[in-house]
Design a protein around this ligand. Structure first.
Ligand code: HSE
Length: 289
């Protein structure tokens, strides 16, 4: 059995903690055989545990503590701590692992409720489960997620992935504790129109509103100085827009296809150590083969 989970990009600017898209970069878990102890074979570096303490197994055991240990293989092309949902992909794979090995028959809603409880917000885990574009909110009292999946319009998606990592905790630490009523109304109105524009297939308007976020990007700019340079490139090269991917430091640019190669050349010249990749939307979410 193989479990495949897509990378994700959360927020899309003003859709802070609630909007996300799934991207065609993947974590793949291969279940090899049952054995005495959990073992994960991977090439992701010494800081990623190969035993039961790995987030994958911890997630699976939190759902089905009686699971028989297995030897697993983990392959991922989702870069770690870059704002592309690598930890969410592991959580979703862990839920799916428990679901299959213990025959739990979990619905997508149940998987999303469990994943959001672990992750804290649904913006990465929801598109990792459903694929495409998902808007979601979490009711902490009912421990229930309400979500809507919709088709994200076709466009080129360019990821600027800096070499340096940025932990979500650090990136959230620069956000304000409180936000005035007036600003909250303004910020969510921008987000609402952006979502409407995506649903209408109007990427010109959606892209413009992605750049008008009031919830988080402004506060995070000091941690991601490349964001303002990329905004400028987007204006000059007629991209639809750009936004910080999740908590950063990756920035995603949305553009009509004909402008892609010029934008990629600009981005690559900003820092030759950064990865500049052309991505597409994953439409299906988690898959089991
Ligand atoms: N919405 C989250 C944030 C995504 O921006 O902090 C990262 O988990």
């Amino acid at each position: 059995m193989k479990i495949q989970v897509p990378a994700t990009s959360a927020n899309l600017g003003p859709g802070f903690d609630s909007c996300g898209i799934a991207l065609a970069k993947y974590l793949v878990i291969e279940v090899i055989k049952p054995q005495d102890k959990w073992e994960i074979v991977h090439h992701l570096g010494p800081e990623i545990p190969s035993d039961e303490s790995n987030l994958l197994i911890q997630t699976a055991l939190s759902i089905a503590p009686y699971l028989v240990p297995h030897k697993l293989k983990m392959i991922s092309d989702i870069p770690l701590t870059r704002g592309l949902g690598s930890s969410s992909s592991v959580i979703i794979a862990g839920i799916e692992l428990a679901n299959r090995l213990a025959n739990l028959n979990l619905s997508e809603e149940e998987k999303l409720n469990i994943a959001t409880k672990i992750e804290g917000h649904p913006d990465n885990v929801a598109p990792a489960i459903y694929g495409d574009f998902v808007v979601a909110c979490y009711d902490e009292q009912k421990e229930q997620v309400l979500s809507v999946k919709h088709y994200f319009p076709e466009c080129d998606i360019i990821a600027y992935i800096p070499e340096s990592e940025l932990a979500t905790k650090q990136s959230r630490s620069v956000l304000p504790e409180t936000f005035s009523f007036k600003n909250a109304v303004k910020a969510s109105a921008i987000s609402n129109v952006m979502i409407g524009a995506i649903i209408n297939g109007n990427l010109d308007l959606a892209g413009e509103l992605m750049g008008r976020d009031l919830f988080h990007e402004h506060y995070r700019e000091k941690l991601v100085p490349h964001l303002s340079t990329i905004r400028q490139i987007c204006l000059e090269e007629n991209a639809y827009g750009c936004f910080l991917s999740g908590a950063g430091p990756t920035v995603l640019v949305l553009t009509p296809q004909e402008n892609s190669s010029r934008i990629m050349t600009h981005l690559q010249s900003m820092d030759t150590n950064a990865q500049v990749e052309l991505l597409s939307i994953d439409r299906e979410g988690v898959q089991v083969y």
